[in-house]
Design a protein around this ligand. Sequence first.
Ligand code: IPE
Ligand code: IPE
Ligand code: MG
Length: 250
Amino acid sequence: MSKNPSLVSQINKNRIPEHIAIIMDGNGRWAKRKGHLRIFGHQHGVGAVRQVLEAGVEVGVKYLTLYAFSTENWNRPIIEVNALMELLVDTIEKEIPTFMENGVRLKVIGNQEQLPEKCRNQLAEAMEITANNDTLTLILALSYSGRWDIMEAVKKIAVQVKEGILSPEEITEKHMDLGLDTAEYPNPDLLIRTSGEMRISNFLLWEIAYSEIYFTPVLWPDFTKDDFYRAIIDFQGRERRFGKTSEQIA
Ligand code: IPE
Ligand code: IPE
Ligand code: MG
């Protein structure tokens, strides 16, 4: 439960964002401030993942997408990359019982071919075990980049055109939607980025066209349920106009 029940009670249960995506940032800085190695921050970041997952289940969020490792993150020192991959395997294995208790279905987006075999196997196993859970879908973005996913979708469309199944004039946004790794999920209603950075860093470029964006200076390992509730409350105070006028929405 939240340490601050007044925050949860401020949430309008009839307007819960169906899909929340999070750029979990600031692990390295968090560790550095404490005089530790960056990986210490990643280890503590797992606690924050547990917090948002529990909070998401509690308030009725249906989809939670977490940016855990970007395509660009492969360029980090090999020691950090390896530690992150190990942490991923360990965490997924440990969390399966929690996923089962909470009705969490695990999914992955990104270029899984680039992941070490051990990671792929662990993810495949966890996805299979949790496949029938339907309270919340947890989507991990791993070796993911928005431009990569858009490129892949374009390639699929190009093949259809080449084979004569589709003509260029017939291509619609729907073909792009269906070609993306996120094809089976709704677009995020709310995008959260921690650590004070105000950029997208190649996350869900196509899907966030109309997402509400919430930036917080909190470093990811410090992110709590209450921080998550604050983001939802802020979201609920906004008017999503989708290009229309305020009067048209009312
Ligand atoms: C986010 O924290 C986690 C990953 C990108 C894997 P960072 O590791 O980017 O932490 P900072 O931004 O350097 O503080
Ligand atoms: C974005 O964070 C990727 C993840 C959170 C996994 P980064 O820390 O890699 O982003 P930049 O490099 O600061 O833009
Ligand atoms: Mg960062």
